[in-house]
Design a protein around this ligand. Structure first.
Ligand code: ARG
Length: 465
């Protein structure tokens, strides 16, 4: 905070001022700051702490300042000695200084029964209340794209992987719906964060509350918040909602990054499982043949930064004694960065994924030529009465035999099968039809067409399409 008089005999050192100013960063809280001040001053007048006329003057001027700031007009600058520019080291002081500049002494009443400590805590909570619904909406949008793709490719079977080794056939729709589930949890986490964020810390003042007869609940109501943060020390020193939000961002990014990684693999020449629409791929400056999945790679890359934001915040808070400490000013960059990055990543992923085309013929090809159905050979023997572990060993030997003979399970003659077990009969080849194996699955949540279409319907209904 800048000072002209008061307790200080010398002005704040220029470099110290630049070092401590957060104006460049917290400028984007101006809407929340003004909204909070308007509610505060309204409550002060209602409680007769401030004359009604003063409150009206302040409210009107604050609304004007909001317009000035929306238009990018007010020369907000740190410092008190920068000829004619506003003296302030953060958005709260800048707005207050501008208010006093506009309305004179009346403006100096605004900060009655308030501190920047409860003010900044409120601004951040209001910011979360504004931004989190955007995240929720974008998550929904991405879920819709995934469900839409699952519907388009409803019958397509693809190799499912474990250890990135081909494991068993699955429906492509099942694979895509797994991501829909992940993003559902992300949406819930954002929602849950919002529930706890939507409380007003205002009236906690510096840390101990105030001797003025304020009505904290009324300020909260004016702000549309369902309640207050009760303990005044908790109110000014807690940043849980910020951390929860960034944590929800980090998990969302982790899911986005996994999807991005799959896209990168799928569109590679080695896999050729899918293609991304040209509008979302880039070329190489030297290799004319390239169409690179840069958007997916960037989503994957930005995920690391968002993790960094989360770790920065957790580390920022871990050693702080109660209540407010200036360290906490450093919470804004990671919060803004994490939210900006996550919102942008959700948006680009949804729009890019909408352009993805899957190479269904390639899937069929791969399914025929592979050992994805080795488990089926074992299950076949189990159905004929053999204990699973013995059947598993035999199926393994049959795979080895196929590798030696360079043929697929389908091409291995029956008499070869029968060398391993007399239980084999011609119906073994039926067990080797991927479509049949999927249909035989009967556990809840499995990749059977019936279960997948049940899930698909559930999601379509839930997501409104
Ligand atoms: N710019 C400060 C922050 O973001 C506002 C609170 C300042 N409070 C104080 N006592 N210096 O944390």
């Amino acid at each position: 905070m800048t000072r002209s008089r008061g307790r200080f005999r010398v002005p704040l050192d220029d470099e110290a001022l630049r070092f401590s100013s957060s104006l460049e960063i917290d400028r984007r809280l101006f809407r929340e700051d003004i909204e909070g001040s308007i509610a505060h001053v309204t409550m002060l007048a209602k409680q007769k702490i401030l004359p009604g006329a003063a409150a009206r003057t302040i409210r009107k001027a604050l609304a004007e300042i909001r317009e000035e700031l929306e238009a990018g007009g007010v020369p907000l600058a740190p410092g008190g000695r920068s000829g004619g520019r506003l003296a302030a080291d953060d958005i709260h002081m800048a707005i207050e200084a501008r208010l006093v500049q506009k309305v004179g002494a009346v403006g100096k009443m605004l900060h009655t029964a308030r501190s920047r400590n409860d003010q900044v805590a409120l601004d951040e909570r209001l910011y979360l209340c504004r931004e989190i619904p955007k995240a929720r909406k974008l998550v929904r949008g991405l879920q819709r794209v995934l469900v839409q793709k699952a519907r388009v490719y409803k019958d397509v079977i693809m190799p499912g992987y474990t250890h990135l080794q081909r494991a068993q056939p699955v429906l492509l729709a099942h694979h895509l719906l797994a991501y829909v589930e992940m993003f559902e949890r992300d949406g819930q986490r954002f929602q849950d964060t919002l529930r706890r964020a939507a409380r007003s810390p205002l009236g906690a003042a510096a840390l101990a509350g105030t001797s003025f007869a304020i009505d904290r609940a009324s300020t909260a109501r004016l702000l549309g918040l369902p309640g207050i943060v009760d303990n005044s020390m908790d109110a000014v020193s807690d940043r849980d909602a910020v951390i929860e939000c960034v944590s929800a961002c980090a998990l969302t990014m982790m899911h986005l990054s996994r999807l991005a990684e799959e896209l990168v693999l799928w569109v590679s020449q080695e896999w050729r499982f899918a293609a991304i629409g040209e509008a979302f791929t880039t070329g190489s400056s030297i290799m004319p043949q390239k169409q690179n999945p840069d958007m997916a790679e960037l989503v994957r890359g930005k995920t690391g930064r968002v993790y960094g934001d989360l770790v920065a915040l957790l580390t920022l808070m871990k050693g702080l004694p109660l209540a407010y400490n200036r360290d906490m000013q450093e919470d804004k960059e990671p919060l803004f960065d994490a939210l900006d990055t996550t919102l942008a990543s959700l948006s680009i992923m949804a729009r890019m994924f909408a352009t993805v085309r899957f190479a269904t013929a390639r899937f069929e090809e791969e399914l025929r030529s592979d050992f994805l159905l080795a488990t089926e050979v074992a299950d076949y023997l189990v159905r004929k009465g053999m204990p699973f572990r013995s059947a598993y060993t035999i199926a393994g030997s049959i795979v080895q035999e196929c590798i030696d003979r360079r043929c697929s399970l389908n091409d291995l003659p029956l008499e070869r099968y029968r060398k391993f077990s007399a239980l084999f009969a011609t119906d073994v080849y039926k067990a080797l039809d991927p479509r049949m194996t999927l249909r035989r699955k009967q556990s809840a949540g499995s990749t059977s067409p019936a279960e997948v279409s049940r899930a698909l319907q559930r999601w379509q209904k839930k997501l409104g399409r």
